[in-house]
Write a new protein. Structure first.
Length: 372
């Protein structure tokens, strides 16, 4: 088996695939890339059993065959080359020789048949989404997903597709983000929970691309096809909590404030908050928002005032500053609105501007009990 390939082109594709490989695999074969050669096309794949990703690389060859090569060794080698053609050629039963302008390098390889086969999706449902829409949906929601192994359904992002809109939801029970696109829809109604790892990989490669990405899915797996890349992953099994039930509908107290000023104040004041609760206090009256925090153990205290537009009864409410900062940091708006009903009910944060046509973002943050 022999093929010639551009070193930088191969490196770029393999670095993308490298994100799938775990640092400690249960099966040693999963430390490898699978190379499947069929004449002028090399299909490179990586897997952790839950997620399998492959990319097509154009090569010069007349051969066919499949081998598995150690991923770390190959990536480390490719990174050191300037862009040039490399010749890969198998020698005997277990060695592959790589020839460059600088020299020759021998690596061990395994039989490609040992590598786990990618999952096929029989008769899946399918939806097409612009790549930048999916990338934005992931970025806006994934930070709110939980890390609790005991509640795996909340450790992913919930995809809800129907003929009117696409909705993406993430929550860890302290914060919740609902991201909706009314400018994109699916033929059939579908719901599934995507794990974080493949979403982070997708977010990294989709970027600002204008291409469409095809999502195929059934009850257990989802497949994303984009350019020359295919990613197949196992979905999280279980029923997603009824998130609509926790979003308060009646919120008469409305605070409108400059996002950047609010975020900077929260960040500054939170330095003085308790290291265990990260609690900050918001006090609203008329056109003034008072943000304060104190750490009684160390006698640290901070207090800031911001001008704002507030409609409603004077009120005080406590929030975890880390959650509030994360949410404000994730919005592109100049001004945001925080809607509240009572100090013990969730606050709803929405952008006033900065959203695209058909894009709707609702963020919910649970309050913390104020002491004293």
């Amino acid at each position: 088996m022999k093929f010639i390939v551009s070193s930088s082109h191969l490196l770029k594709q393999l670095q993308t695939l490298g994100g799938v490989i775990n640092s400690n695999n249960t099966l040693p074969i999963l430390d490898n890339f699978l190379f499947e050669l069929s004449e002028n096309q090399l299909k490179a794949s990586a897997s952790d059993l839950e997620t399998t990703m492959s990319a097509i690389v154009n090569v010069e060859s007349t051969d066919t065959g499949s081998i598995a090569i150690n991923a770390r060794l190959l990536l480390d080698t490719l990174k050191t080359f300037p862009d040039q053609p490399l010749t890969f050629k198998t020698e005997g039963e277990s060695t592959i020789e790589i020839s460059s302008e600088q020299g020759k390098y021998d690596m061990a390889y395994h039989d490609g048949e040992e590598f786990p086969k990618a999952i096929e999706l029989p008769s899946p449902s399918s939806t097409e989404i612009p790549a930048h829409v999916l990338s934005t949906a992931i970025s806006k929601t994934i930070f709110a997903a939980g890390n609790d192994d005991l509640r795996p359904v909340m450790s992913g992002v919930f995809f809800q597709f129907n003929s009117k809109e696409l909705t993406f939801v993430a929550t860890d029970a302290h914060k919740l983000v609902k991201y909706t696109r009314t400018d994109v829809s699916a033929d059939k109604t579908a719901e599934f929970i995507m794990p974080k790892k493949p979403l982070n990989i997708l977010k990294g490669i989709l970027g600002g691309s204008d291409d469409a990405i095809t999502i195929e899915y059934n009850d257990t797996n989802a497949k994303f096809t984009f350019d020359n890349i295919v990613l197949v992953c196992r979905l999280i099994d279980g029923k997603y909590p009824n998130y609509e039930a926790v979003i308060p509908k009646e919120n008469p107290n409305k605070l409108t404030v400059d996002r950047a000023s609010f975020l900077n104040s929260v960040r500054r004041v939170s330095i003085f908050s308790s290291k265990t609760t990260h609690q900050i206090r918001l006090k609203m009256a008329g056109t003034e928002l008072n943000i304060s925090a104190e750490d009684l153990d160390y006698a640290n205290k901070a207090d800031e005032r911001l001008s704002c537009d507030y409609q409603g009864d004077d009120m005080q409410i406590g929030f975890n500053s880390r959650f509030l900062s994360e949410m404000l940091n994730n919005l592109n708006a100049n001004d945001v609105q925080l809607e509240m009903s009572l100090p013990n009910r969730a606050g709803i944060l929405t952008p006033i501007d900065g959203t695209e046509e058909g894009e709707h973002i609702t963020m919910l943050v649970m309050p913390v009990m104020l002491n004293g």
